[in-house]
Design a protein around this ligand. Sequence first.
Ligand code: UFG
Length: 338
Amino acid sequence: MSILVTGGAGYIGSHTVVELLELGKEVVIIDDLSNASSKVIDRIENITGKRPAFYQLDVKDKNALRTVFEKEDIESAIHFAAFKAVGESVQKPGLYYENNLMGILALVEVMLEFDVKKIVFSSSATVYGSFNPSPYKEDMPVGVPTSPYGQTKVMCEQILRDIYVADNNWSISLLRYFNPIGAHESGLIGEDPSGIPNNLMPFIAQVAVGKREFLNIFGDDYDTEDGTCVRDYIHVVDLARGHVKALGKLDQDKQVYTYNLGSGKGTSVLELVNTFVQVTGVEVPYKIAPRRAGDLPVFYANADKALAELNWTTEKSIEDMCRDTWNWQSKNPNGYQG
Ligand code: UFG
C-alpha cells in the first residue's frame, strides 16, 4: 500500500517523502515540476537508498490522476501541490483560485472513485487571519487572510470539512504550518525558490552565498522588542515528521483533525539574521526598508494540541535551522541547477 504525495518534489513534500521512506513506507510522488526539479527524486534516493515512484503530472488532470490510482495501490494522500507565493497571488488571484481549488477538487474526486478516503492537507497559519491574537489555537475561528493564496487555504479546509460531513468514512488532517525553514542535514535537498526569493530565510541564504548584495528588512518600527516582525520558524524536517504523525492518526478514528505545526516560540527578523551570522560565520549585509504590505507584526503557534494528540513537537533549534540552511545553500549555490 502506498502513500500518494502530491507536490512531493517540492520543498516540504520532498522532506516528507524522505521521512516516510525512512520509516519503510511506500511512496508515490506526483508533481508537475512547475516549481520543483526532477533531480529531487535522485537526491531522495541518495539519502534513503530507495527510489519513490514518480509521475510528472498536474494534479488538476483527473484522467492522468486516474491512471496513477489504477497502477498503484494508493491507501492515503498527502496534498502539498499548490501555488504558494503570497504577493503573486495578489497580482494573479484567478490563477491561484483555479490552481489551488481545482487541484484539491480533482484529487478528492479521484480518491472517492477509488475509495481512498484518508488525506493530510497542507494548510497554513494564514487561515487565522489578522484579528486572532497570538498564540494561535486550533479552536479559534478561521479568519480572513489578506491574500488570495491565504483564501485558497481557508477554502480548501472548508471543502475537506464539507466532504467529511457528507461522508463520515473520510479521515482528514488539516495541518497549519507556521514558517518552515532549514533543510535536510545531508545538504542534498532544500528550498530552491525560482527567481527572487519572497521569504526571509532563502533570501538570507542567497545573500550569504553572494547571489544577492544585501537583505532588505521590511520594517523596524513594529511594536516588537527590536522593531522587526516576529514569526514562528520551524525546521522543515520537524515539519515533515509532523506529517508522518498526522497520517498515523487518521487510522485511529475517522474525523477531521486540525493541528498547528509550529514551535510555539517567536523569533524576530533581526534575531534570525544574527543567529545565521553567528552559526555560519558568514556576513549578511542588510538595510532597513519600508514595511511590506500585508505583514502582521507578530504571529506564532500554540503547539500544545499536536503534542497532546500526536505526540509531536519540534526538536530542532533556530541554530539547527540556520546551520542546515547554510549547509544546503553552500553545497548548492544555484539550488538544483548545479
Ligand atoms: N522579510 C524581510 N525581508 C525579506 C523577506 C521577508 O524582512 O526579504 C520579513 C517579512 O517582512 C516578515 C518575515 O521576514 O516579517 C517573514 O517573512 P516570510 O515572507 O519569510 O514569511 P511570512 O510570515 O510573511 O509568510 C509565511 C508563509 C506564507 C503564509 C504566511 C502567513 O511563507 O505561506 O506566513 O501564515 F501565508
